[in-house]
Design a protein around this ligand. Structure first.
Ligand code: GRF
Length: 215
C-alpha cells in the first residue's frame, strides 16, 4: 500500500469555496463552473478570472457576469516568472482557495505549482494518461481508439500528469474528426468539472501514492 501523502479535511476549504479560474480562450468550462455556482450545485463562488490573453472571449464572459476579471500580458510582466508572480498576488488579494485551469494554455512552473499543493485542478479532453498535451481529440482520432473522454486532475509540475480526480469515457465513432469528437466531449467536460470540484471541496479525501481516494 502506498503511503498517505495528503489528507483533506471536510470541508476542504471554508465554504463557499473561493475559486480562481485561469483561462486563455473561449471559456466554456469557466461558464459551466460559474453556472454551477449560481445554480447552487457547487458550494463555491468564482472570486476571480485571470487570462494570459486580454482578448480571450472567456474574460469578456466573466465581465458580463460581473466577476473580477484580469487580462495579463506576459510581455508587460517581463516573462513567465513575472506573469506567475502577478497571478499569485491576485489569488492572494482575492483570497481564492482553489485554482481551476480551464483551457489555460501555459505550463505552470514547478515553483508556482508547489505553492498550491492539491489546490490547482485542470480539465483535459482525454482519458489520461492517454493523449496529454495539445490537440488531445486529434491524437485520439489519429490513434484509432474507440473510447476517449475527459479527465479532471490535480496539477503537478508535469504536463497533464497529476493525480486523477475523476474521469468519464466518451465514445469515438468511425468517421469522427477532431471537431466532431471535441463536440461530443465538451458537454461531458462541463458536467464533470463541476462534479469533480464539488467532491474536492467536500473534502474527506486522501492521496495515497498518486491515487486520490474519496470517502
Ligand atoms: C477544453 O477542451 C479543455 O478540456 C482544454 O481546453 C479546452 C478549453 O475550452 N483544457 P473552453 O475555453 O473551456 O471552452
Amino acid at each position: 500500500m502506498s503511503a498517505t501523502l495528503f489528507r483533506a479535511p471536510a470541508p476542504y476549504v471554508p465554504l463557499p469555496a473561493r475559486i480562481a479560474v485561469l483561462l486563455s480562450g473561449r471559456g466554456s468550462n469557466f461558464e459551466a463552473l460559474a453556472a454551477a455556482c449560481s445554480a447552487g450545485r457547487l458550494p463555491a463562488e468564482i472570486s476571480l478570472v485571470i487570462s494570459d490573453r486580454s482578448d480571450a472571449p472567456g474574460l469578456a464572459r466573466a465581465r458580463e457576469r460581473g466577476l473580477f476579471a484580469a487580462g495579463l500580458s506576459v510581455k508587460e510582466l517581463g516573462g513567465k516568472a513575472g506573469l506567475e508572480a502577478r497571478i499569485s498576488e491576485l489569488i492572494a488579494e482575492r483570497r481564492a482557495d482553489l485554482v481551476c485551469l480551464a483551457g489555460f494554455m501555459r505550463i505552470l512552473s514547478p515553483d508556482f505549482v508547489s505553492r498550491f499543493p492539491f489546490r490547482i485542478l485542470n480539465i483535459h479532453p482525454s482519458l489520461l494518461p492517454s493523449f496529454p498535451g495539445l490537440h488531445a481529440q486529434q491524437q485520439a482520432v489519429n490513434y484509432g481508439v474507440r473510447w476517449s473522454g475527459v479527465t479532471v486532475h490535480f496539477v503537478d509540475s508535469g504536463t497533464d500528469t497529476g493525480p486523477v480526480i475523476d474521469q468519464r469515457a466518451v465514445p469515438v465513432f468511425s468517421g469522427d474528426d477532431p471537431d466532431s469528437l471535441a463536440a461530443r466531449i465538451l458537454p461531458v467536460e462541463h458536467e464533470l468539472y463541476a462534479e469533480a470540484l464539488a467532491k474536492v471541496i467536500k473534502g474527506g479525501w486522501k492521496v495515497e501514492g498518486r491515487v486520490v481516494v474519496f470517502p
